[in-house]
Design a protein around this ligand. Structure first.
Ligand SMILES: *[C@@H]1O[C@H](CO)[C@@H](O)[C@H](O)[C@H]1NC(C)=O
Ligand SMILES: *[C@@H]1O[C@H](CO)[C@@H](O)[C@H](O)[C@H]1NC(C)=O
Ligand SMILES: *[C@@H]1O[C@H](CO)[C@@H](O)[C@H](O)[C@H]1NC(C)=O
Length: 311
């Protein structure tokens, strides 16, 4: 009897294990209800930057997704690549995108920081990783509403190195004005269906087997008309928490295909070892800590005018 009960227990455990495995790999309820839809007009701006695009529009606006705790990263960016720069007569301006938190102290600190630096765009949504799409769309809405006169926009993160000078030069060389979208191209990506992954997407959220062409969210650049157009169609594509794929869905709807900026690779979403010569020919590089950013910047400024080996 005891033996049979043990056997039954084993079988039960086995079945339970199999079920767990099944539910961890597959979403049990695909297609059941309608897909989520993004609401364009949700929320008002809490903070706006001090910039008048009607009077004196910059050539390039860099929108940096950031959160309340990343003050050190914002300060490092303000001292380095985010400093207002003029390259060949073209001005670049860096702004930070933030949501809100439950912490009263953090909210006050950001309001104070905004008063001091005047470079923060903020709306009333909870500032968490899975709200990155809301943050990005807030940036596009800001361009659409307050700065459609800017020529180009870059969306990037606060752990990035960006070579604003090189980017401006390449954009001028490329000589495109409309329907232009570039970055690190991802043309053949598939949804990750295993749970526990940071990029897990259920069949309920995204029922199709392949993603549209998009650019890595670590840094992409587009002509400003694209901001308005993407914002315009954003309610008519399924909402995705992966902001770069979501923008890709909008681009697909608009028939805008991401393109290379240059014949050589200039966007590095995986990170790159620093050397001054190498970083002069990099547009964007990932995984740069605030302290390293300051060091890289010093080295770049210090070696200005020096020759680099030809490549
Ligand atoms: C995103 O922000 C909205 C609006 O504040 C909030 O209702 C929602 O819970 C947030 N999403 C997550 C995953 O926390
Ligand atoms: C840039 O493109 C325009 C047409 O869109 C053309 O007239 C102009 O000559 C181009 N400039 C350069 C420097 O290639
Ligand atoms: C937004 O979309 C509508 C149609 O869906 C179109 O008529 C309008 O021109 C679009 N606006 C922009 C700025 O693309």
């Amino acid at each position: 009897m005891a033996y049979q009960r043990m056997r039954l227990l084993h079988i039960c455990l086995l079945v339970l294990g199999a079920l767990c495995l099944y539910f961890s790999m597959y979403d049990p309820s695909p297609f059941e209800e309608g897909l989520f839809v993004f609401k364009k007009e949700c929320g008002e701006f809490l903070q706006l930057p001090d910039i008048d695009c009607r009077q004196n529009p910059p050539f390039l606006v860099l929108l940096v997704t950031s959160s309340h705790k990343q003050l050190a990263a914002r300060m490092a960016i303000r001292k380095t690549w985010g400093r207002e720069a003029v390259v060949r007569g073209r001005r670049a301006k860096t702004l930070f995108l933030l949501g809100t938190t439950a912490s009263q102290a953090e909210r006050q600190a950001v309001a104070e920081e905004s008063r001091q630096h005047r470079d923060i765009i903020q709306k009333d949504f909870v500032d968490v990783y899975y709200n990155l799409t809301l943050k990005t769309m807030m940036g596009l809405q800001w361009v659409h509403r307050f700065c459609p006169q800017v020529a180009f926009v870059m969306k990037t993160d606060s752990d990035m190195f960006v070579n604003v000078e090189y980017l401006t030069e390449l954009l001028l060389r490329k000589n495109r004005t409309a329907r232009f979208f570039t970055g690190y191209l991802k043309l053949n990506e598939f949804p990750i269906r295993t749970r526990f992954s940071k990029w897990f997407v259920s069949k309920y959220e995204y029922p199709w087997d392949k993603y549209p062409p998009f650019c890595s969210g670590t840094g992409y650049v587009f002509s400003s008309d694209v901001a308005s157009q993407v914002y315009n169609v954003s309610e008519s594509v399924p909402f995705l928490k992966l902001e770069d794929v979501f923008v890709g869905l909008c681009l697909q709807k608009l028939n805008i295909r991401p393109e290379e900026l240059h014949s050589e690779q200039t966007f590095f979403p995986e990170g790159l070892r620093f050397s001054a010569c190498r970083f002069r020919r990099v547009v964007a590089c990932h995984f740069v800590k605030p302290h390293d950013l300051l060091l890289y910047w010093q080295a770049l400024e210090g070696s200005r005018g020096e020759d680099c080996p030809a490549v």
